[in-house]
Design a protein around this ligand. Structure first.
Ligand code: IPD
Ligand code: CA
Ligand code: CA
Length: 263
């Protein structure tokens, strides 16, 4: 039998230790490289942090599989068994340029079902944490169920990319939503944007393409507080695939999907 209490305790310990290591790296010179394009950054700390988690998981749970952004885990093609989905630093561009607004994100799934979600905003020392069926917390403070809100009172996380000429969406689609909402924000870290929706600091988050490591932990938090997550077509999310995202409070999700995106 899987001992989820023990996994949860260890995952929290490791996330805190990983955060401490990242804080210490602020006094060192980072080695920065680019990946798929000149703005897709990766540092030695992204790689070292992922390797740190993988080493811990392999030592304690050799039968678990790992899907890590930097590629040190396994090649995952199906959701069977226990899978740790890890983004060692979500918001690397912020980490490099601003030394804030980045997070460690770890989602632990069993047979495709989210069990434990951890998002650690390292600089603000805010640990968002959820265990399936036991609620979501920020630094052990319970996050209340999300309340309903309409577009005109909503703050929506949205990157300006999606209202400028781009390859993923007609820029005219989201313009009216930007105009009608109370305000928009962009933090440059999907994990924190998801945690903020779960914490009620944002009412919705829209983006065109996220990978499992960006959203795995956030979806578990969101489910515990009654948030809704689908693709921009309104379809369910497949946890091992990349997809577009509309994440929002109940009611608001439908208002945005049917009133703006699919209109
Ligand atoms: C990125 C951030 C960003 C999102 C990108 C992600 P990374 O993750 O979450 O907010 O818009 O799609 O790739 O590369 O900093 O881990
Ligand atoms: Ca990421
Ligand atoms: Ca990352």
């Amino acid at each position: 039998m899987t001992n989820w209490k023990e996994i949860d305790k260890k995952a929290k310990e490791w996330v805190n230790e990983g955060g401490q290591r990242i804080r210490e790296s602020f006094n060192t010179t980072l080695s920065i490289q680019t990946k798929s394009n000149p703005n897709d950054l990766v540092t030695n700390m992204d790689k070292e942090t992922e390797q740190f988690f993988i080493q811990k998981i392999k030592e304690h749970y050799p039968e678990h599989r790992i899907l890590g952004e930097e590629g040190y885990g396994h090649k995952i093609e199906s959701p069977e068994g226990v899978i740790w989905i890890i983004d060692p630093i979500d918001g690397t561009m912020n980490f490099v340029h601003q030394q804030r607004n980045f997070a460690i994100s770890i989602g632990i799934y069993e047979d495709g079902i989210g069990k434990i979600g951890l998002i650690y905003d390292v600089v603000h020392n805010e640990l968002y944490h959820a265990v399936k069926g036991e609620g979501a917390f920020m630094n052990e403070i319970p996050l209340p169920k999300l309340e309903k809100v309409s577009v005109k009172e909503a703050i929506i996380a949205l990157n300006a990319t999606w209202v400028a000429e781009n390859r993923a969406i007609d820029p005219k689609v989201l313009g009216p939503l930007v105009r009608d909402s109370r305000g928009t924000r962009s933090y440059g870290t999907a994990a924190i944007e998801l945690a903020y929706v779960a914490a009620g600091r944002l009412d919705a988050y829209i983006t065109m393409r996220l990978a499992p490591w960006d959203y795995a932990a956030g979806l578990i938090l969101l489910e515990e507080v009654g948030g809704v997550a689908t693709t921009l077509k309104g379809e369910p999310i497949n946890i091992i695939e990349k997809s577009s995202f509309l994440i929002a409070k109940e009611g608001l999700h439908e208002e945005i999907l049917n009133g703006y995106i699919l209109k």
